[in-house]
Design a protein around this ligand. Sequence first.
Ligand code: WTA
Length: 698
Amino acid sequence: LAPSVPKLAQPAGTPLVHSSLPCYRKSRSCSHLASASSTAPGSTTMKPQPLLTNFIQSKEEYDALYARSIADPASFWGDVAEQFHWEKKWDPDHHSFNFDVTKGPINVEWFKGGFTNICYNALDRHVMTGHGNQHCMLFEGNEPGSDGAMTYTQVLDEVCRLANWMKAQGIGKGDCVAIYMPMVMQLPIAMLACARIGAVHSVVFGGFSADALAGRMEDCKARVLLTCNGGMRATKKIELKQIADQAIEMCASRGHTVDSVLVFANHKDGVAGAEAAGTPFTQGRDAWWQPTLAEFPALCDVAWVPAEHPLFLLYTSGSTGKPKGVLHTTGGYMVYAATTTKHAFQLQPGDVFWCTADCGWITGHSYLAYGPLLNRAVSVVFEGVPTHPTPARSWEIIDKYQVKQFYTAPTALRSLMRSGDEWLSSTSRQSLQVLGTVGEPINPEAWHWFHDLVGNGRCPVVDTWWQTETGGHMILPLPRAWPAKPGSATLPFFGVEPVILDDKGVELQGECEGLLMMRRPWPSTLRSVYGDHKRYEENYFGPYPGYYFTGDGARRDKDGYYWITGRVDDVINVSGHRIGTAEVESAIAAHHDCAEAAVAGYEHPVKGQGIYAFVVLKEGVVPNDQLKKEMWTNVRTTIGAFAAPDVIHWAPGLPKTRSGKIMRRVLRKIAGGQENELGDTSTLADPSIVRQLIETRN
Ligand code: WTA
């Protein structure tokens, strides 16, 4: 085992897996190697020198490499991709794209002609090279003392068993599998098992409601669901299986059948295994994970898939309509997620890396599951919350596992900061080398607290700007390569070419502020919106032809550093969770007493943004607290508790233009208490509504 990692007890409820390296695996591995070199077209010529194997030391080194990545992206990323196993190499002209809707369909291709498998690269490759006994994941449960660990060999075994079970359910290449689990090691295992057989995973965050889960399973036609009896977050029980059952019923009532459900028995109230009391169970459809997988072999062939084979869908909120299934594919995502992980965090094989994100979001996909494992790191999986049982929990975990890189969200830092510095004092955090943040701009106060106190002033803070759609980091300070400025994500990663446009679509130069766009694709660009390529084209490439539209605004300073100013569309960022105003509005408007609802974000000291709902009631309905509660519950049941409004304002009406469009700018100002900055309201159909709204504010 890796020397820096303490040996941990197997948690109750995790399956027993053997830890020695069986000899059949060695022979199987060798045959893979042989077939790899014999099928690679370039195998008789000299192998190109892999690129980006060492960390970037200086701005000069970055400048030279960045220039190359923009001048010749195909050769640049081809050389980076040499570090991975490809069953068949990509074609010399592997990269093509069109970002201009006026010139035909939007498309992006990387590593065309190549065949690979991301699960093989994340697991088999390391086991084959003698690292099977190194820890792959460390598990920290909700309660201190409930913990566990799995080696790369153990993870590979369980992935294979699960992959074989899925095959037995008829799942194959291109089939979608839904995953609805808490943060246990079996969640990344489920993702890897899908990837192993070429199935497409769709992870649904465990905080989503039955309604939201049902909508996502229907959209991607998932016939198989991988879930869990439940989980604990602080003192709250999450009954995942009950919610999953409701979702499956909803699907059935609308004509979509989920045939097979595999239920991981998570330790619950100290009761282990399948006895997990009271879990609803449907014979014939449901099976318990542990005893079922024990019956399946721990060897499973890898499905070699083309580089552009779909890897996963992840639903995310936009400004309109229902959430979009963002589609990522295999080769480009693999290369980009692994390379950004390595360089953003100066990650070396064997390092204990802790990303606090849930696998239900893109950060968990790229920087808890795939990125760290592709780099043979040890990834920490934490089921609980940073304030349970005390606000010292994160720091205790860092000391316990000797975490080297710690990656979290500004909202978590702000909430810990408020609890007081004394919670840091019983821990040393000496193992830390790099700190990272993601999800929203980090305010300088939180940045300094993170840097000066948590990192004892020793560790660079890497503020990473990116999106579900981008698959990996886009703008970030590479540690120790150039100076940070608190609150700025600084400079683009290799191959990323940001452009700032004014609202007429004119490119701005030098110091400027405007809309943040991308001129060209990077390897993990989203390839489509699942089942709706038109929506993909309209949403991301329609607004300004020739560019990918991020939905964010940004400022560029005199040093060329980027400062993200926040969303310019109707997306709210609450504690780093992306929430579409339209989704919240339709959940509130579904209440029979609601005539109309409009939602805006406002500045919140801990969450970044809070949700402020303006609700117009139907004629004759008298506002009361019970109604508020019902509308609030509507949002919880249609989306999830994290999207429930902080404020419900009984509004006499909404500010609309003569053409009937809601003037959202005005709502945002009223929600934020900035009524002196309303701007021009003369085009409103009824300008007096603004005064009435200000007067009725709670
Ligand atoms: C915001 C999360 C400022 C931004 C990875 C973006 C940020 C949205 C940062 C994507 C950051 C993310 N600084 N803003 N470092 N990181 N954002 O899809 O508005 O959940 O468009 O992906 O979060 O959120 P998503």
